[in-house]
Design a protein around this ligand. Structure first.
Ligand code: NAD
Ligand code: TDX
Length: 341
């Protein structure tokens, strides 16, 4: 039985990862630590509460005492650190929580892992944003693992700092770390502040959908389950001290993504409203994931056209999930569910 700590498992990718691991491995126990920040929603994990192979712990990864106690008690084989402040716009408004959770929180987890001396792997979930951006007129350029770190926002800087700390702990103390840097994810359970769920929720309410600048910035979209599958491979077959890029060669200009979403919903493009651009807005992300493909045999399975259709359908069929977030009701619901843990 492998015991895995998933931090940030009440958020978008972490929750998808928890379900993915429990569905694909019979011999795994998942302990999920999440502080239930505004981005954490225990309703997402409700079907798992009370199950033998799952435990939820409400705790903050910056809480050193809580983390040390948990690591001593649980003796995890693997740690997968998803917990983060993840929204670029919020980091521009208020950088400090990003530095606290993304950098200090990671350092606390690394210390807890070291002190406990029990784990086989510490996996840090990072992002392609640590590489900065690529020009729009050079479609031949991609981020590789050797691309220098060159961050733009407080968010990406906090993530890059955490990556460097993980590598330092590997070199200095021999902590068995791996790092993955993934492109933009889409799928179920994404908080409706991020581009795709925001567009869907607003369009379904016949509200304007805000597109920054002229909508020409390019993102490289990957279905969340392809990300989960890559992390599963890396924690089991990846090499200590290595960085792996994850991306599916799915580059799209934002305006095209928004039009695709509106078309899937049968909504008019008249809903599009061009608004003031994000300060420091990265132009283009594009990942070269050939190392992961070559060394670990990873291939993305979901084509964007299929994945986006399925994702739009999920938000259409699960309106209560995101409407409870927009109304704030999910906070009370999460508190009620906490009593079951
Ligand atoms: P999210 O915001 O949906 O979820 C983050 C989760 O972390 C939430 O449940 C939140 O409650 C929890 N959390 C925040 N601060 C915490 C703290 N101090 N202690 C414990 N828990 C805390 O984010 P996401 O989109 O699921 O991203 C997960 C990870 O993947 C992040 O590390 C992010 O940098 C990375 N990533 C995201 C994307 C993407 O497209 N969303 C792409 C590449 C990498
Ligand atoms: O209302 C919007 N209008 C708009 O045009 C929003 C919220 C976004 N955008 C643009 C900005 C970006 O170019 O859409 C693009 C995607 O924006 P976000 O969903 O905020 O994602 P991004 O900034 O690209 O970062 C995401 O991918 C990398 C995640 O939020 C990060 O956590 C991850 O590391």
């Amino acid at each position: 039985m492998e015991k895995i700590l998933v931090t940030g498992g009440a958020g978008f990718i972490g929750s998808n990862f928890v379900y993915y691991m429990l569905e694909n491995h019979g011999d795994v126990k998942i302990v999920c630590v999440d502080s239930l920040s505004y981005a954490g929603n225990l309703v997402t994990l409700e079907p798992l509460l009370g199950k033998e192979n799952f435990r939820f712990v409400k705790a903050d990864i910056t809480d050193r005492e809580a983390m040390y106690t948990l690591f001593e008690a649980e003796k995890f084989d693997v740690v997968v650190n998803f917990a983060a402040e993840s929204h670029v716009d919020r980091s521009i408004d208020s950088p400090e929580p990003f530095l606290m959770t993304n950098f200090i929180g990671t350092s606390v987890l690394l210390d807890a892992f070291r002190k406990c001396g029990c784990g086989r792997r510490f996996h840090q979930v990072s992002t392609d944003e640590v590489y900065g951006d690529l020009p729009l007129d050079r479609p031949d350029l991609f981020f590789t693992e050797e691309t220098p770190i060159h961050t733009s926002s407080p968010y990406s800087t906090s993530k890059a700092s955490a990556d460097l700390l993980c590598l330092a702990y590997h070199r200095t103390y021999g902590v068995p770390v791996t790092i993955s840097r993934c492109s933009n994810n889409y799928g179920r359970f994404q908080y409706p502040e991020k581009l795709i769920p925001l567009m869907i929720s607003r369009a379904l309410n016949d509200e304007k959908v805000p597109v920054y600048g002229e909508g020409l910035n390019v993102r490289d979209w990957l279905h969340v389950l392809d990300h989960c599958k890559a992390i599963d491979l890396i924690i089991h077959e990846g090499k200590n001290g290595e960085i792996y890029n994850i991306g599916g060669h799915n580059e799209r200009a934002n305006i095209d993504v928004v039009k695709t979403v509106l078309a899937a919903l049968g909504k008019s493009e008249d809903l599009i409203e061009f608004v003031t651009d994000r300060p420091g807005h990265d132009l283009r992300y594009a990942i070269d994931a050939s190392k992961l493909e070559r060394e670990l045999g990873w291939v993305p399975e979901t084509k964007f056209e299929d994945g986006i259709k399925e994702t739009v359908e999920w938000y259409v069929n699960n309106q209560k999930w995101w409407k409870d977030i927009l109304s704030g009701e999910y906070v009370k619901m999460s508190e009620e569910l906490l009593k079951k843990t």
